[in-house]
Design a protein around this ligand. Structure first.
Ligand SMILES: CC(C)(COP(=O)(O)OP(=O)(O)OC[C@H]1O[C@@H](n2cnc3c(N)ncnc32)[C@H](O)[C@@H]1OP(=O)(O)O)[C@@H](O)C(=O)NCCC(=O)NCCS
Length: 338
Protein backbone atom coordinates (compact mmCIF):
# COMPACT_ATOMS: atom_id res chain seq x y z
CA UNK A 1 0.00 0.00 0.00
CA UNK A 2 1.40 3.47 -0.86
CA UNK A 3 2.51 5.72 2.00
CA UNK A 4 -0.05 8.17 3.34
CA UNK A 5 0.22 11.18 1.02
CA UNK A 6 1.22 14.61 2.24
CA UNK A 7 -1.80 16.66 3.21
CA UNK A 8 -3.07 18.89 0.48
CA UNK A 9 -2.09 22.06 2.25
CA UNK A 10 1.53 20.90 2.40
CA UNK A 11 1.52 20.28 -1.32
CA UNK A 12 -0.70 23.11 -2.57
CA UNK A 13 1.12 25.90 -4.40
CA UNK A 14 1.63 29.35 -2.85
CA UNK A 15 2.24 30.51 0.72
CA UNK A 16 -1.43 30.37 1.65
CA UNK A 17 -1.83 26.85 0.33
CA UNK A 18 -4.61 28.01 -1.98
CA UNK A 19 -4.65 27.06 -5.64
CA UNK A 20 -5.61 29.63 -8.24
CA UNK A 21 -7.42 27.12 -10.40
CA UNK A 22 -8.47 23.52 -10.53
CA UNK A 23 -7.72 21.77 -13.78
CA UNK A 24 -8.35 18.35 -15.30
CA UNK A 25 -5.15 16.31 -15.26
CA UNK A 26 -6.55 13.20 -16.94
CA UNK A 27 -9.64 11.17 -17.79
CA UNK A 28 -10.50 7.47 -17.78
CA UNK A 29 -13.46 5.27 -18.69
CA UNK A 30 -14.82 1.79 -18.14
CA UNK A 31 -17.70 0.40 -20.17
CA UNK A 32 -19.10 -3.11 -19.72
CA UNK A 33 -18.78 -5.13 -22.90
CA UNK A 34 -22.35 -6.43 -23.10
CA UNK A 35 -24.57 -4.35 -25.39
CA UNK A 36 -28.37 -4.11 -25.25
CA UNK A 37 -29.57 -3.10 -28.70
CA UNK A 38 -33.02 -1.77 -29.51
CA UNK A 39 -33.66 -5.10 -31.24
CA UNK A 40 -32.90 -6.85 -27.93
CA UNK A 41 -35.50 -4.65 -26.19
CA UNK A 42 -38.07 -5.42 -28.91
CA UNK A 43 -37.90 -9.01 -27.62
CA UNK A 44 -38.55 -7.92 -24.01
CA UNK A 45 -41.22 -5.18 -24.16
CA UNK A 46 -43.75 -3.86 -26.66
CA UNK A 47 -41.47 -1.34 -28.40
CA UNK A 48 -39.63 -0.85 -31.68
CA UNK A 49 -36.23 0.31 -32.83
CA UNK A 50 -38.00 3.06 -34.83
CA UNK A 51 -39.87 4.39 -31.74
CA UNK A 52 -36.81 4.40 -29.51
CA UNK A 53 -34.64 6.04 -32.15
CA UNK A 54 -37.19 8.72 -33.04
CA UNK A 55 -38.11 9.62 -29.42
CA UNK A 56 -34.69 9.30 -27.79
CA UNK A 57 -31.89 8.93 -30.38
CA UNK A 58 -30.68 5.82 -28.53
CA UNK A 59 -29.47 2.84 -30.61
CA UNK A 60 -27.85 0.77 -27.88
CA UNK A 61 -26.65 0.87 -24.27
CA UNK A 62 -24.20 -1.15 -22.15
CA UNK A 63 -25.14 -3.60 -19.42
CA UNK A 64 -22.98 -4.76 -16.53
CA UNK A 65 -23.37 -8.52 -16.15
CA UNK A 66 -24.10 -10.48 -13.00
CA UNK A 67 -21.30 -10.00 -10.50
CA UNK A 68 -20.18 -6.70 -12.02
CA UNK A 69 -20.85 -3.83 -9.65
CA UNK A 70 -20.71 -0.06 -9.80
CA UNK A 71 -17.54 -0.03 -7.70
CA UNK A 72 -15.82 -2.37 -10.19
CA UNK A 73 -16.64 -0.07 -13.10
CA UNK A 74 -15.68 2.97 -11.02
CA UNK A 75 -12.36 1.49 -9.92
CA UNK A 76 -11.42 0.53 -13.49
CA UNK A 77 -12.20 4.03 -14.79
CA UNK A 78 -10.39 5.58 -11.83
CA UNK A 79 -7.30 3.43 -12.35
CA UNK A 80 -7.08 4.49 -16.00
CA UNK A 81 -7.39 8.16 -15.03
CA UNK A 82 -4.69 7.76 -12.35
CA UNK A 83 -2.38 6.02 -14.84
CA UNK A 84 -2.95 8.79 -17.40
CA UNK A 85 -2.08 11.36 -14.73
CA UNK A 86 0.99 9.38 -13.65
CA UNK A 87 -0.31 9.20 -10.06
CA UNK A 88 -0.64 6.32 -7.60
CA UNK A 89 -2.84 8.15 -5.16
CA UNK A 90 -4.72 11.41 -4.64
CA UNK A 91 -5.84 13.55 -1.71
CA UNK A 92 -9.54 12.63 -1.96
CA UNK A 93 -11.82 10.22 -3.81
CA UNK A 94 -15.37 11.24 -4.75
CA UNK A 95 -17.79 8.91 -6.52
CA UNK A 96 -21.04 10.24 -7.99
CA UNK A 97 -23.62 7.47 -8.27
CA UNK A 98 -27.29 6.61 -7.79
CA UNK A 99 -26.72 2.88 -8.14
CA UNK A 100 -24.23 1.94 -5.39
CA UNK A 101 -23.20 -1.71 -4.89
CA UNK A 102 -25.16 -1.51 -1.64
CA UNK A 103 -26.40 1.25 0.70
CA UNK A 104 -23.38 0.94 3.00
CA UNK A 105 -20.37 1.34 2.59
CA UNK A 106 -19.85 4.19 0.11
CA UNK A 107 -18.74 3.16 -3.39
CA UNK A 108 -15.79 5.56 -3.03
CA UNK A 109 -14.42 3.43 -0.15
CA UNK A 110 -14.79 0.26 -2.26
CA UNK A 111 -12.87 2.03 -5.03
CA UNK A 112 -10.21 3.01 -2.51
CA UNK A 113 -9.87 -0.62 -1.43
CA UNK A 114 -9.77 -1.91 -5.00
CA UNK A 115 -7.08 0.60 -5.94
CA UNK A 116 -5.18 0.06 -2.67
CA UNK A 117 -5.04 3.77 -2.00
CA UNK A 118 -3.84 5.31 1.22
CA UNK A 119 -6.22 6.50 3.91
CA UNK A 120 -7.45 9.60 2.12
CA UNK A 121 -11.06 10.77 2.48
CA UNK A 122 -13.47 8.91 0.21
CA UNK A 123 -17.18 9.64 -0.11
CA UNK A 124 -20.14 9.41 -2.47
CA UNK A 125 -22.32 12.13 -3.94
CA UNK A 126 -25.88 11.22 -4.92
CA UNK A 127 -27.43 13.93 -7.02
CA UNK A 128 -28.65 11.53 -9.72
CA UNK A 129 -27.69 12.60 -13.24
CA UNK A 130 -26.25 15.89 -11.92
CA UNK A 131 -24.02 14.00 -9.46
CA UNK A 132 -20.80 14.29 -11.42
CA UNK A 133 -21.21 18.05 -11.82
CA UNK A 134 -21.99 18.43 -8.12
CA UNK A 135 -18.92 16.30 -7.32
CA UNK A 136 -16.80 18.47 -9.56
CA UNK A 137 -17.99 21.64 -7.82
CA UNK A 138 -17.07 20.05 -4.46
CA UNK A 139 -13.66 18.97 -5.82
CA UNK A 140 -13.05 22.45 -7.22
CA UNK A 141 -13.80 23.93 -3.79
CA UNK A 142 -11.44 21.48 -2.05
CA UNK A 143 -8.62 22.30 -4.45
CA UNK A 144 -9.10 26.07 -4.37
CA UNK A 145 -9.26 26.04 -0.58
CA UNK A 146 -6.03 24.05 -0.39
CA UNK A 147 -7.77 21.15 1.34
CA UNK A 148 -6.74 18.82 -1.48
CA UNK A 149 -4.34 19.27 -4.36
CA UNK A 150 -5.51 16.23 -6.31
CA UNK A 151 -8.96 14.65 -6.38
CA UNK A 152 -10.11 11.50 -8.15
CA UNK A 153 -13.69 12.17 -9.23
CA UNK A 154 -15.69 9.32 -10.75
CA UNK A 155 -19.23 9.09 -12.12
CA UNK A 156 -20.33 5.45 -12.15
CA UNK A 157 -23.64 3.67 -12.61
CA UNK A 158 -25.11 0.21 -12.99
CA UNK A 159 -28.58 1.60 -13.75
CA UNK A 160 -29.71 -1.49 -15.67
CA UNK A 161 -29.86 -3.21 -12.29
CA UNK A 162 -32.48 -0.64 -11.15
CA UNK A 163 -34.55 -0.73 -14.33
CA UNK A 164 -37.87 -2.57 -14.50
CA UNK A 165 -37.74 -4.48 -17.79
CA UNK A 166 -41.53 -4.64 -17.95
CA UNK A 167 -41.84 -0.82 -18.07
CA UNK A 168 -41.26 0.13 -21.71
CA UNK A 169 -41.26 3.87 -21.04
CA UNK A 170 -38.14 3.67 -18.86
CA UNK A 171 -36.25 0.46 -19.67
CA UNK A 172 -35.21 1.70 -23.11
CA UNK A 173 -33.45 4.75 -21.69
CA UNK A 174 -30.77 3.67 -19.24
CA UNK A 175 -27.30 2.09 -19.49
CA UNK A 176 -24.20 1.35 -17.41
CA UNK A 177 -20.66 2.69 -17.35
CA UNK A 178 -18.12 4.81 -15.50
CA UNK A 179 -16.05 7.86 -16.32
CA UNK A 180 -13.33 9.43 -14.20
CA UNK A 181 -11.24 12.58 -13.95
CA UNK A 182 -8.22 13.44 -11.89
CA UNK A 183 -8.44 17.10 -10.91
CA UNK A 184 -5.45 19.02 -9.68
CA UNK A 185 -4.22 22.50 -8.78
CA UNK A 186 -3.19 24.72 -11.68
CA UNK A 187 -2.08 28.28 -12.28
CA UNK A 188 -4.59 29.31 -14.91
CA UNK A 189 -7.51 28.04 -16.98
CA UNK A 190 -9.46 25.10 -15.62
CA UNK A 191 -12.83 25.66 -13.98
CA UNK A 192 -13.81 29.29 -14.45
CA UNK A 193 -17.41 29.28 -13.23
CA UNK A 194 -19.95 26.86 -11.83
CA UNK A 195 -23.63 26.88 -10.95
CA UNK A 196 -25.82 24.31 -9.19
CA UNK A 197 -29.30 24.01 -7.76
CA UNK A 198 -32.12 21.70 -6.87
CA UNK A 199 -35.85 21.79 -6.21
CA UNK A 200 -37.23 18.98 -4.07
CA UNK A 201 -40.80 19.91 -4.94
CA UNK A 202 -40.12 17.99 -8.17
CA UNK A 203 -38.92 14.85 -6.35
CA UNK A 204 -41.70 12.78 -7.96
CA UNK A 205 -40.51 13.36 -11.54
CA UNK A 206 -38.00 10.49 -11.35
CA UNK A 207 -37.75 8.05 -8.47
CA UNK A 208 -36.92 4.47 -7.64
CA UNK A 209 -40.00 2.63 -6.49
CA UNK A 210 -41.62 1.50 -4.41
CA UNK A 211 -41.22 4.52 -2.17
CA UNK A 212 -43.07 5.43 1.01
CA UNK A 213 -45.26 7.79 -0.99
CA UNK A 214 -45.83 5.28 -3.80
CA UNK A 215 -45.91 1.85 -2.12
CA UNK A 216 -47.70 0.18 -5.04
CA UNK A 217 -45.35 1.03 -7.89
CA UNK A 218 -43.13 -2.06 -7.64
CA UNK A 219 -39.35 -2.19 -7.99
CA UNK A 220 -37.84 0.00 -10.66
CA UNK A 221 -36.95 3.44 -11.91
CA UNK A 222 -40.10 5.49 -12.53
CA UNK A 223 -40.23 8.57 -14.65
CA UNK A 224 -42.68 11.30 -15.64
CA UNK A 225 -41.20 11.58 -19.13
CA UNK A 226 -42.75 14.78 -20.42
CA UNK A 227 -42.27 16.80 -17.22
CA UNK A 228 -38.67 15.67 -16.95
CA UNK A 229 -38.04 16.48 -20.59
CA UNK A 230 -39.44 20.01 -20.25
CA UNK A 231 -37.57 20.82 -17.05
CA UNK A 232 -34.28 19.35 -18.34
CA UNK A 233 -34.43 21.57 -21.44
CA UNK A 234 -35.31 24.69 -19.44
CA UNK A 235 -32.66 24.20 -16.77
CA UNK A 236 -29.81 23.19 -19.07
CA UNK A 237 -30.53 26.07 -21.49
CA UNK A 238 -30.56 28.54 -18.60
CA UNK A 239 -27.34 27.08 -17.20
CA UNK A 240 -25.59 27.55 -20.56
CA UNK A 241 -26.51 31.24 -20.62
CA UNK A 242 -25.61 31.82 -16.94
CA UNK A 243 -22.27 30.03 -17.18
CA UNK A 244 -21.35 31.78 -20.40
CA UNK A 245 -21.98 35.15 -18.77
CA UNK A 246 -20.15 34.18 -15.57
CA UNK A 247 -17.10 33.08 -17.58
CA UNK A 248 -17.14 36.36 -19.54
CA UNK A 249 -17.80 34.56 -22.85
CA UNK A 250 -20.30 35.05 -25.63
CA UNK A 251 -22.08 31.98 -27.02
CA UNK A 252 -19.82 32.23 -30.10
CA UNK A 253 -16.73 31.77 -27.87
CA UNK A 254 -17.77 28.28 -26.79
CA UNK A 255 -15.87 25.50 -28.55
CA UNK A 256 -17.40 22.41 -26.97
CA UNK A 257 -20.59 21.69 -24.99
CA UNK A 258 -20.72 18.53 -22.90
CA UNK A 259 -24.30 18.00 -21.71
CA UNK A 260 -25.81 15.22 -19.65
CA UNK A 261 -26.97 12.58 -22.10
CA UNK A 262 -30.62 11.75 -21.37
CA UNK A 263 -32.16 12.04 -24.81
CA UNK A 264 -30.93 13.31 -28.20
CA UNK A 265 -34.05 15.49 -28.46
CA UNK A 266 -33.29 17.18 -25.13
CA UNK A 267 -29.77 17.99 -26.37
CA UNK A 268 -31.13 19.32 -29.68
CA UNK A 269 -33.66 21.50 -27.86
CA UNK A 270 -30.96 22.96 -25.58
CA UNK A 271 -28.80 23.70 -28.63
CA UNK A 272 -31.66 25.40 -30.47
CA UNK A 273 -32.94 27.45 -27.53
CA UNK A 274 -29.45 28.34 -26.38
CA UNK A 275 -28.37 29.53 -29.83
CA UNK A 276 -25.55 26.97 -29.92
CA UNK A 277 -24.85 24.94 -33.06
CA UNK A 278 -25.32 21.21 -32.50
CA UNK A 279 -21.91 20.37 -33.97
CA UNK A 280 -20.32 21.82 -30.82
CA UNK A 281 -22.10 19.26 -28.60
CA UNK A 282 -20.46 15.99 -27.62
CA UNK A 283 -23.07 13.24 -27.92
CA UNK A 284 -22.82 9.63 -26.73
CA UNK A 285 -26.47 8.94 -25.92
CA UNK A 286 -26.89 7.09 -29.22
CA UNK A 287 -24.36 4.43 -28.16
CA UNK A 288 -24.63 4.49 -24.35
CA UNK A 289 -28.15 5.66 -23.48
CA UNK A 290 -28.60 7.60 -20.24
CA UNK A 291 -25.69 6.57 -17.98
CA UNK A 292 -26.75 8.88 -15.13
CA UNK A 293 -23.83 10.40 -13.23
CA UNK A 294 -21.39 8.71 -15.64
CA UNK A 295 -22.65 10.44 -18.77
CA UNK A 296 -20.72 13.72 -18.38
CA UNK A 297 -17.29 12.17 -17.61
CA UNK A 298 -17.80 9.53 -20.33
CA UNK A 299 -18.48 12.32 -22.82
CA UNK A 300 -15.45 14.31 -21.59
CA UNK A 301 -13.19 11.28 -22.05
CA UNK A 302 -14.57 10.70 -25.52
CA UNK A 303 -14.08 14.36 -26.44
CA UNK A 304 -10.48 14.15 -25.27
CA UNK A 305 -9.79 10.85 -27.03
CA UNK A 306 -11.25 12.07 -30.31
CA UNK A 307 -9.22 15.28 -30.31
CA UNK A 308 -12.08 17.69 -29.66
CA UNK A 309 -10.40 19.19 -26.57
CA UNK A 310 -7.17 21.19 -26.84
CA UNK A 311 -5.38 23.53 -24.44
CA UNK A 312 -7.44 26.72 -24.48
CA UNK A 313 -10.69 25.06 -25.62
CA UNK A 314 -13.67 26.75 -23.99
CA UNK A 315 -16.00 24.11 -22.65
CA UNK A 316 -19.48 24.26 -21.11
CA UNK A 317 -20.88 21.25 -19.28
CA UNK A 318 -24.48 21.11 -18.00
CA UNK A 319 -26.61 18.43 -16.36
CA UNK A 320 -30.11 17.80 -15.03
CA UNK A 321 -31.39 14.89 -12.98
CA UNK A 322 -33.76 13.41 -10.44
CA UNK A 323 -34.43 15.48 -7.36
CA UNK A 324 -34.81 17.70 -9.35
CA UNK A 325 -31.13 18.63 -9.46
CA UNK A 326 -29.11 20.62 -11.97
CA UNK A 327 -25.65 22.07 -12.35
CA UNK A 328 -22.91 23.01 -14.74
CA UNK A 329 -19.50 24.54 -15.16
CA UNK A 330 -17.46 26.56 -17.65
CA UNK A 331 -13.93 25.35 -18.13
CA UNK A 332 -10.88 26.28 -20.13
CA UNK A 333 -9.30 22.95 -21.04
CA UNK A 334 -5.63 22.76 -20.12
CA UNK A 335 -4.49 19.19 -20.73
CA UNK A 336 -2.54 18.45 -23.89
CA UNK A 337 -3.93 15.80 -26.25
CA UNK A 338 -2.49 12.37 -25.35
C1 LIG B 1 -39.42 9.03 -21.93
C2 LIG B 1 -39.57 9.76 -23.28
C3 LIG B 1 -38.60 9.19 -24.29
C4 LIG B 1 -40.98 9.51 -23.78
O1 LIG B 1 -41.17 10.22 -25.00
P1 LIG B 1 -42.53 11.01 -25.24
O2 LIG B 1 -42.45 11.56 -26.58
O3 LIG B 1 -42.68 11.98 -24.10
O4 LIG B 1 -43.59 9.87 -25.20
P2 LIG B 1 -44.86 9.69 -24.20
O5 LIG B 1 -44.40 9.41 -22.81
O6 LIG B 1 -45.77 10.86 -24.41
O7 LIG B 1 -45.52 8.42 -24.81
C5 LIG B 1 -46.12 8.45 -26.08
C6 LIG B 1 -46.68 7.08 -26.36
O8 LIG B 1 -45.58 6.17 -26.56
C7 LIG B 1 -45.76 5.04 -25.73
N1 LIG B 1 -44.45 4.53 -25.34
C8 LIG B 1 -43.72 4.83 -24.23
N2 LIG B 1 -42.57 4.15 -24.25
C9 LIG B 1 -42.58 3.43 -25.38
C10 LIG B 1 -41.67 2.54 -25.96
N3 LIG B 1 -40.48 2.24 -25.38
N4 LIG B 1 -41.98 2.00 -27.15
C11 LIG B 1 -43.13 2.27 -27.77
N5 LIG B 1 -44.05 3.10 -27.26
C12 LIG B 1 -43.76 3.67 -26.08
C13 LIG B 1 -46.55 5.54 -24.54
O9 LIG B 1 -47.21 4.47 -23.91
C14 LIG B 1 -47.50 6.50 -25.22
O10 LIG B 1 -48.54 5.75 -25.79
P3 LIG B 1 -50.05 6.28 -25.71
O11 LIG B 1 -50.06 7.59 -26.44
O12 LIG B 1 -50.82 5.21 -26.36
O13 LIG B 1 -50.33 6.45 -24.25
C15 LIG B 1 -39.30 11.26 -23.12
O14 LIG B 1 -40.36 11.87 -22.44
C16 LIG B 1 -38.01 11.54 -22.40
O15 LIG B 1 -36.95 11.21 -22.87
N6 LIG B 1 -38.08 12.22 -21.24
C17 LIG B 1 -36.89 12.48 -20.46
C18 LIG B 1 -36.55 11.23 -19.77
C19 LIG B 1 -35.18 11.22 -19.15
O16 LIG B 1 -34.23 10.98 -19.81
N7 LIG B 1 -35.13 11.41 -17.86
C20 LIG B 1 -33.94 11.38 -17.17
C21 LIG B 1 -33.44 12.78 -17.16
S1 LIG B 1 -32.05 12.89 -16.23
Amino acid sequence: MPATPLTAVERAPGATGRARASVVLSTGVCLPEAVISNADLERVVRTSDAWILERTGIRERRRSGAGVTTSMLAAAAGKTALDHAGLESVDAIIVATSSPDTFIPPVACLVQRRLEMASVPAFDVNAACSGFVDGLIVADGLIRAGTASTVLLIGAEALTKLVDYTDRSTCVLFGDGAGAMVLGAGDAGGILASRWGSDGSHADLIYYGPSEEYPDTGDGLRLAGKGTFRMAVEQMTELCAELCEAAGWTMDDIDVVIPHQANQRIIEAVAKRGGLSLDRFVINVDRLGNTGAASVPLAFAEAEATGRLHPGSRVLSVAFGAGATWGGFAMEWTSSPR
